[in-house]
Design a protein around this ligand. Structure first.
Ligand SMILES: NC(=O)c1ccc[n+]([C@@H]2O[C@H](COP(=O)([O-])OP(=O)(O)OC[C@H]3O[C@@H](n4cnc5c(N)ncnc54)[C@H](OP(=O)(O)O)[C@@H]3O)[C@@H](O)[C@H]2O)c1
Length: 327
C-alpha cells in the first residue's frame, strides 16, 4: 500500500483526497518509481480543485512533476536504484502522476536525475523553473544577449516568474518584474529584479502599439498582459509566451509583429525531446542560484497540497511549493 492524492468524478461530484492505494491500481507503464518529492504547479492546483479541465480521465493522481528512485523496470535504460526525474508528458492529466508515494510510468518520459541537484531541489525547480529555462534557451536560440536591453517578466512572484527573474539576472540581464503584489518588492529584488511595476499597468485592454520599453518579455500571464507586453516591446524584440494566469485569450493586433518585427515564441514544457530536457536541466543545475531556491520555496506534505491548491489559484502563494511524498 502507498499514499496518494486521488481525484474522482462521479456525475457532478468532483473530489480530491489523500487515500491509500495499492500497486494493482497503478496504471500501465514499464518503470515503477518510488516518489521522493513532487511539487504543486498551477496545473496541479487546477486539477485538484477542478477549477480547470486539466484531468482527462478519472480516477486520477495529480502531479505533473516527480523525482524519485526506480523500484522496478522493464526499460533497459533504467534499473532499480536509478535516480530519475519527470516533467510533463500528460502525467497528472491523463496518466497517474507524482502526488503519491509511487508512480508507474513510461521510460520515455523520464530523464536521469541531473548531477549537482538533489530530489528536493529538482522539485523546488519543477516544471516552473524548467519552463523558465526553456524560455531562456528559446530566446537565446533567437539571438538574445544581455546587451540587447531590459527584460520584462510578468507573473513575477509566481513559480515561472520567480525562476525567470533569477535565471535572467544571474546571466547579466536587467529585469523588470510585473506583479500584483507590491508587498513582495523585496523578494523580487532579492531574486535580481532591478525595477518593479504594478501588473495593473498591463492587465487592462491597451493600444495596438505602446511606448517601446522592453527588448524581451517572458510572459506567464497571457490575455491583455501578453497583448500589452507585445505592444511595448522594442523593434526586433522577442516575447516568450508560456502561460495563461490572466487568461487563455490573446486580444492583440498584429501591429507589433508587422510594424516592429517583434517575434512571439511559444513555449511548451510538456513534450520536449529527451536531449533538450537533459540540456535544460543540466543548465539549471549549473546556473541556478541555489541560495535563491531556498528563498522561493516551502515544503509541504501530500495532505497539505489539497488546501494549498486553492491558495495557489487565489494568488496567495509566493514562489514554489515542494511536496514531500513521504510526509
Ligand atoms: N507552457 C508551459 O509548458 C507551461 C509550463 C509551466 C507553467 N505554465 C503556465 O504558466 C502560468 C504560470 O505558472 P506558475 O506555475 O508560475 O503559476 P503561479 O505560481 O500560480 O504564478 C502565476 C502568477 O501570475 C500572476 N497572476 C495570477 N493571476 C493573475 C491575473 N488574473 N492577472 C495577472 N497576473 C496574474 C501572479 O503573479 P503576481 O502576483 O506577481 O502578479 C501569480 O503568482 C500558468 O498559466 C501555467 O499554467 C505553462
Amino acid at each position: 500500500m502507498f499514499k496518494g492524492i486521488l481525484i474522482e468524478k462521479q456525475e457532478d461530484k468532483y473530489s480530491a483526497q489523500l487515500t491509500e492505494l495499492n500497486d494493482d491500481q497503478l496504471p500501465s507503464g514499464n518503470v515503477t518509481v518510488k516518489v521522493a518529492y513532487s511539487t504543486l504547479n498551477y496545473k496541479d492546483a487546477l486539477a485538484i480543485t477542478g477549477r480547470g479541465p486539466v484531468v482527462r480521465s478519472f480516477p486520477m493522481v495529480p502531479g505533473i512533476d516527480l523525482a524519485g528512485t526506480v523500484e522496478s523496470s522493464d526499460d533497459p535504460r533504467y534499473k532499480p536504484g536509478d535516480r530519475v526525474l519527470l516533467n510533463g508528458w500528460g502525467v497528472g492529466e491523463s496518466h497517474w502522476g507524482g502526488l503519491a508515494q509511487k508512480a508507474r510510468l513510461s521510460g520515455d518520459w523520464l530523464i536521469p536525475h541531473p548531477e549537482g541537484l538533489d530530489e528536493r531541489q529538482t522539485m523546488a525547480i519543477g516544471t516552473a523553473g524548467y519552463t523558465a529555462m526553456l524560455c531562456l534557451i528559446a530566446l537565446e536560440r533567437h539571438g538574445l544577449k544581455p546587451a540587447d536591453g531590459p527584460v520584462l517578466v510578468t507573473g513575477a512572484t509566481g513559480g515561472v516568474g520567480s525562476f525567470a527573474i533569477s535565471l535572467l539576472a544571474g546571466a547579466g540581464y536587467t529585469v523588470t518584474a510585473a506583479t500584483g503584489k507590491s508587498s513582495e518588492a523585496a523578494y523580487l529584488k532579492s531574486l535580481g529584479a532591478t525595477a518593479i511595476i504594478d501588473r495593473a499597468e498591463l492587465s487592462a485592454p491597451g493600444r495596438p502599439l505602446a511606448k517601446e520599453q522592453w527588448a524581451v518579455v517572458i510572459d506567464s500571464v497571457g490575455s491583455h498582459t501578453l497583448a500589452n507586453a507585445c505592444a511595448g516591446t522594442k523593434s526586433e524584440g522577442l516575447v516568450a509566451a508560456c502561460g495563461l494566469a490572466q487568461g487563455m485569450d490573446f486580444p492583440a493586433t498584429v501591429a507589433p509583429f508587422i510594424l516592429r518585427g517583434v517575434s512571439l515564441l511559444g513555449i511548451n514544457s510538456v513534450t520536449q525531446p529527451f536531449q533538450r530536457r537533459v540540456n535544460a536541466w543540466q543548465r539549471l543545475a549549473d546556473q541556478l542560484d541555489l541560495q535563491a531556491l531556498s528563498v522561493m520555496t516551502r515544503t509541504i506534505g501530500l495532505e497539505d497540497a489539497l488546501s494549498a491548491a486553492t491558495e495557489l489559484l487565489d494568488g496567495r502563494i509566493r514562489g514554489r511549493l515542494i511536496v514531500d511524498a513521504n510526509n
